[in-house]
Unconditional design. Sequence first.
Length: 249
Amino acid sequence: MPLPAPRRRRGVEYLDAPDVDPAIVTRSLSDVALANRLFGGTRAVLAELGPVFAALRAAGRREATLLDVGTGMGDIPARARDVARASGVALTTVGLDAASELAVASRCRTTHSVCGDALALPFRDRAVDVVTCSQVLHHFVEHDARALIAELDRVARMRVVVSDLRRSLPAAAGIWIASFPLGFHPVSRHDGVVSVMRGFTERELRAWVRETVGGEPSVRYRAIARVTASWAPRRTPPGGANDSGADGE
């Protein structure tokens, strides 16, 4: 069971600054990818995707599309493709990031990469089967966070998966301490702690999704200090269950 959460704090993340050095952005997101692999960020998303791919295969679908919003280095869609393959599904992945240097860096791990705005996704309604968004929501204030959730819901055909940090003092202390032996950049160390304190409880994340899309998400606590929300999009896909095109690739 998760520990009681402290009060949510906004803080300031260096990587949110518009004039941050692109080299620092790329280096720091490499640290984030490592932290995802070691401390449960990747596993949290894959735990939600596994049943989706199994259901696709059971329904006779051998191909699917996935959009990862705020993809960073593209590490999560790369692992999602492996999980889909194990279920007998060939997964086409699209990584989207607002930072052009990350859109470029993720090309080796995604089928397609796009530089774009998470609050105005350059895709038509119901363009992709599955939309994932990992450790991005906490960067936004409430109004924009709801706009992001609405955009994820708009472009997904089958499933939306949002994964983020579960706020706790031990998690904040843990990422600070672990960052030294792991050789994290000082920006990664600072932003990691701020990110944890910007994170969500299960109740908070459930309320934001419910109030935005009008449906009831499946919300789970995940080790280590992670929380996921997943749901089926609220509207019937305009092109039907087998329409899998995506614009803006």
